[in-house]
Design a protein around this ligand. Structure first.
Ligand SMILES: *Cc1c(COP(=O)(O)O)cnc(C)c1O
Length: 235
């Protein structure tokens, strides 16, 4: 894929983001595009960087650790994938946010490592809105209880919710799940839990980010639409 393509792909994505914002009466500044760079080589990330992108998302800690020193220091790295407790420490001086907290034990480790590193880590609660067995995430019914359990942990700030909608060819099929996540975040916001904000809704990927914006996403996570299909090595 040539450098032109990445810049062009980004331009096309940007136009669609702006159109979705216009349709839903939203301000473009309230939607962050996170470029999902997993499996992609540093050269392609550099192209996105040169095109002006500064928010990158990875789903494996090892890839953040590998790529971080090879790229400019003003990139904001988002950890968007399932996270093992023993890897949390590597994120403290690299990631701006963890999108995938779905249990108390993980939150406790994030808290401990953040305190050790002298920082506060913003986290999102990953919600399995559709109840898919193959997906990580807490159920909508258990989300408030989990938030109440971890809200007071030092070094950690619950800042919103994240979801991955079930795979579909039809973005309209994702709309009810995005709407449900937004409604859940409004419910929780209305409880005014100390040290908890519901500022962020991380939802929408290549196939459904426009619908997600219409339903209130503040962060969309787009990989394929910018960098092309991912090639996974045959193991
Ligand atoms: C890979 C990934 C994405 C991006 O998916 P695309 O369909 O390539 O845009 C978004 N969110 C998460 C959590 C991912 O793992």
């Amino acid at each position: 894929m040539s450098q032109n393509n990445i810049a062009e792909n980004l331009k096309a994505v940007e136009e669609r983001i702006q159109a979705a914002c216009r349709r839903s009466g939203r301000d473009r500044k309230d939607v962050l595009l996170i470029c999902v760079t997993k499996t992609k080589p540093v050269s392609l990330l550099e192209e996105a960087y040169r095109a002006g992108e500064r928010a990158f998302g990875e789903n494996r800690v090892q890839e953040i650790v590998d790529k971080f020193p090879q790229l400019p220091g003003d990139i904001n790295w988002h950890m968007i994938g399932h996270l093992q407790k023993n890897k949390v420490k590597y994120l403290m001086d690299r990631a701006v946010m963890i999108h995938s907290v779905d249990n108390e034990a993980l939150a406790a480790v994030i808290s401990k490592e953040a305190v050790k590193a002298g920082r506060v880590m913003p986290v999102l609660i990953e919600v399995n809105v559709a109840g898919e067995e193959t997906k990580f995430g807490v159920s909508p019914e258990e989300t408030e209880a989990l938030i109440r359990k971890i809200a007071d942990l030092p070094g950690l700030k619950v800042s919103g919710l994240m979801t991955i909608a079930p795979y579909t060819e039809d973005p309209e099929k994702s709309r009810p799940f995005f709407r449900q996540l937004r409604e859940l975040s409004v419910d929780i916001k209305n409880k005014s839990i100390d040290n908890v904000s519901m500022d962020h809704l991380s939802m929408g990927m290549t196939g459904d980010y426009e619908v997600a914006i219409e339903e209130g996403a503040t962060m969309i996570r787009v990989g394929t639409g910018i960098f092309g299909e991912r090639q996974y090595a045959v193991q």
